[in-house]
Design a protein around this ligand. Structure first.
Ligand SMILES: [Cu+2]
Length: 149
């Protein structure tokens, strides 16, 4: 009986990363270089899920804490609003970009330097954990596209 359980667990563990890669696609992960390590840094990416899913949390070794932030406009004033989870409707492409939704890296271990990358792990309700490499662009960068041009 113990052997059977071990086999089932091994199969399940082996199967889940494949499932994750199929259902959620992460692309264009980037962040702006930071001037001071004491300031939080916003990071951006595009998320697309083939099935209805939900982003539950984000971690990275370079920061103590990562929050999902949306931006609310109140007249001329933009305010960041912390959201607990991010809903991912089937097949919808969600782009986190400057001026809108972003991942806020709080408590940085060190400054983020242009030209470097760091890993960031996103936890999804269905797809599980997926790690992406985030490219650190210039302090005034607006997105990953302008770099390749
Ligand atoms: Cu923020």
């Amino acid at each position: 009986m113990k052997i059977l359980i071990a086999i089932v667990v091994a199969l399940w563990a082996g199967a889940s990363p494949t499932l994750a890669e199929e259902s959620v696609r992460l692309s264009d992960a980037w962040a702006r270089a930071s001037v001071l390590a004491s300031r939080p840094v916003a990071s951006y990416l595009t998320i697309e899920s083939a099935v209805e899913d939900r982003l539950l949390g984000v971690t990275t070794p370079v920061a103590g804490h990562v929050m999902i932030h949306a931006v609310e406009k109140d007249g001329d004033v933009s305010r960041m609003k912390h959201i607990e989870t991010l809903e991912l409707p089937t097949g919808e492409r969600i782009t986190l970009a400057p001026g809108g939704m972003h991942l806020m890296l709080m408590g940085l271990q060190d400054k983020l330097s242009e030209g470097t990358t760091f890993p960031m792990t996103l936890s999804f309700e269905n797809a599980g954990e997926i790690t992406v490499e985030v490219s650190v662009l210039g302090i005034a960068a607006e997105g990953p596209r302008e770099v390749s041009e």
